[in-house]
Ligand binder design. Structure first.
Ligand code: KG4
Ligand code: ZN
Length: 358
């Protein structure tokens, strides 16, 4: 049995959570900064760091209190060390290492991208005892993981616990970043994903012809910046011709273009690896159009689809604590040097670009 405190400050959420055995979420506290950054249309790194500093200890206190766990009962403190905003990561790591030192507890460095994948092993809500309160067996690797959020779009193979093999990633904008930039251009506010998701309900996904970037045959990489530019041109042309833009139609067409590519590449990755289990995580996994398309295709192809509830898809610390447990189980001693790495990629590699390239 393990009890791990997870800490997450890589972007605009200050979060702390206590998780038992990498599975049972005993507490999951998130102080969101969305309201702070909304007026700027995106995350302002310096403001994010300062807010993390203010929120960090109260969030940790609350997570321990709600879980009814004393610091000496913890097996490890797991903290996100990358990828993310450097100042924000430094606040989290400084706080985590101070707490671990004061409590005499191990400190585990956690990769934020890999932690997103570990949301699929979590059981949300109160611990109802037994192997699984829902009567389900916990999912197990191997599987293909699609990580789609504001800062990441990556496909990976999880061949065994904490064994990630990168298969593809975005060459420019992340999927969520494309949602946010398109929404900002259309004056729909921040974050853009949920607004476009709602607007798309009332629109026709076939109304506006938009490109799908599949790249070279066999490539599992993504590119969304051309799609974003096509939306911007569509608006400019309509304005120049004195036509009003039908926002629901444009939102539905844009969303369909993103969803088509994400679904196609995920199923291509299943084919290449020979796996029959697909996990989809990160903020964009909350998108209802994406969920519907994945469910339909998974059903058709006999694939087991794992999509966490929305609150575990977006940034949280339960996923960090969850991965912390599996790192412990894999023999990480918690004595390895720990430092922040803003451009950390899956499997410890450097990413081609930093997160949040707004
Ligand atoms: O995982 P997350 O909270 O933070 C990062 O690690 O980036 O993801 C936030 C991203 C934002 O870009 C937001 O617009 C997007 O997830 N998002 C959505 C939806 N809900 C959040 N995108 C599409 N549809 C949604 N329903
Ligand atoms: Zn994230």
């Amino acid at each position: 049995m393990s009890l791990v405190l997870g800490l997450e400050t890589s972007c605009d959420e200050t979060a702390a959570a206590v998780v038992r055995d990498g599975r049972h979420v005993l507490s999951n506290v998130i102080a969101s900064q969305v309201a702070l950054h909304r007026r700027y249309g995106g995350v302002v790194p310096e403001l994010a760091s300062r807010r993390h500093l203010e929120a960090f200890l109260p969030v940790v206190d609350q997570a321990l209190r709600e879980a009814d766990v004393a610091p000496r009962g913890l097996d490890a403190v797991a903290v996100t060390t990358g990828p993310g905003l450097v100042g924000a990561l430094v606040v989290g790591l400084a706080g985590a290492s101070s707490l671990a030192l004061a409590w005499g507890t191990r400190l585990m460095a956690v990769n934020h991208l890999e932690a997103h994948a570990y949301a699929v092993f979590l059981e949300p809500g109160p611990d109802r005892g037994g192997p699984d309160g829902r009567g389900l067996r916990p999912p197990e690797p191997p599987m293909v993981v699609l990580i789609v959020s504001g800062g990441h779009t990556s496909l990976a193979e999880l061949s065994g616990h904490v064994r990630f093999r990168p298969l593809g990633e975005t060459r420019d904008d992340a999927a969520g970043e494309a949602f946010d930039k398109v929404a900002r251009h259309l004056g729909l506010g921040y974050p853009g994903g949920p607004v476009i998701d709602r607007l798309a309900d009332a629109g026709d996904p076939g109304a506006v012809a938009l490109p799908r970037a599949y790249l070279q045959p066999g490539s599992l990489d993504f590119s969304f910046s051309g799609l974003k530019t096509a939306v911007i041109y569509h608006v400019r042309q309509a304005e120049a011709a004195g036509r009003t833009v039908n926002l629901p139609d444009l939102a539905a067409s844009f969303q369909a273009a993103v969803v088509d590519v994400l679904v196609e590449k995920s199923f291509r990755a299943l084919e290449v690896t020979g796996h029959h289990r697909l996990a989809v995580v990160g903020g964009v996994a909350a998108n209802r159009g994406l969920r519907r398309a994945l469910e339909a295709r998974a059903e058709r192809e006999g694939v087991e689809l794992l999509v966490p509830p929305p609150e575990l898809c977006t940034d949280n610390a339960a996923m960090v604590a969850g991965l912390g447990h599996f790192l412990l189980a894999a023999g990480w001693a918690g004595t390895e040097p720990v430092r922040v790495n803003p451009s950390l990629g899956l499997g410890g590699r450097e990413r081609r670009r930093g997160r949040r390239g707004r």
